[in-house]
Ligand binder design. Structure first.
Ligand SMILES: C[S@@+](CC[C@H](N)C(=O)[O-])C[C@H]1O[C@@H](n2cnc3c(N)ncnc32)[C@H](O)[C@@H]1O
Length: 220
């Protein structure tokens, strides 16, 4: 089931979403560029399913070297932005709720998820990881990137914690419209502890602005 506040927020934010990638902070830009290189290498010649693909920022990077890409998002507004981009190979865009949609018999070498883990309720990580593992080929990999807490600028207001330890934040659109959404942050140790019951960590990079992981299924 979609989280309706989160769904509404991202639908409304679609046209301005990519501002997050173009903030004029050199170290931030460098971390993103370095991750783009790692992702491009990881997916070379591989079939990729990207879930919650948003405006296609990472899809475009994947398209430089992957053999095929299916990119899916719940929001048609996000997908409309994604479809404006040029890609290295054709992208199969699928409007779908990742928690409901069945990608059928098709299995992928890599499942990619950008900036979505931090929005997942801690008490439902098991459901998220089942969704990421189901479309993977045997031996396939999961790639994720997400935020570390803001390192500069005014402290962003925290709207509190729930009984599961999930953090909530206020977010504002350019129009001033306000939303309260779940946004969790993890130290390196917390991240390893959160992931390890479900998946084996192949690599984990925890930088100033972002973290990224490559995961494989346990026992593979
Ligand atoms: C933080 S954005 C990330 C977009 C993109 N992955 C990126 O890294 O730039 C989260 C995305 O999740 C999508 N989303 C929210 N709920 C979803 C669901 N249940 N199934 C699929 N996508 C969903 C939103 O529409 C939004 O595009």
């Amino acid at each position: 089931m979609p989280d309706h506040d989160m769904e509404k927020y991202y639908r409304a934010r679609a046209p301005e979403y990519e501002q997050i990638y173009y903030r004029d902070v050199p170290e931030r830009r460098r971390e993103l560029t370095d991750e783009a290189s790692r992702l491009e290498e990881l997916v070379t010649g591989r079939s990729v399913l990207e879930l919650a693909c948003g405006t296609g920022y990472w899809t475009q990077i994947v398209s430089r070297s992957a053999a095929s890409i299916t990119a899916s998002d719940l929001s048609v507004e996000m997908l409309a932005e994604a479809e404006k981009k040029a890609y290295g190979i054709p992208v199969d865009f699928v409007p779908a709720d990742m928690f409901e949609h069945n990608f059928g018999q098709q299995k992928f070498d890599v499942v990619a998820l950008g900036f979505w883990f931090s929005h997942q309720p801690r008490q439902k990580f098991d459901r998220l990881f089942e969704v990421l593992k189901t479309p993977l080929k045997k031996g396939g990999l999961i790639w994720m990137i997400d935020n570390n807490p803001p390192a500069e600028g005014p402290t962003i207001e925290t709207a509190g914690l729930d009984e599961f330890g999930n953090n909530y934040k206020r977010r504002f659109l350019d129009s001033g419209e306000q939303y309260t959404i779940l946004k969790n942050y993890f130290s390196k140790t917390e991240l390893e502890a959160a992931l390890s019951p479900f998946l084996a960590v192949k690599s984990l990079i925890h930088n100033k602005y972002y973290w990224s992981v490559v995961l494989k299924t346990l026992g593979n």
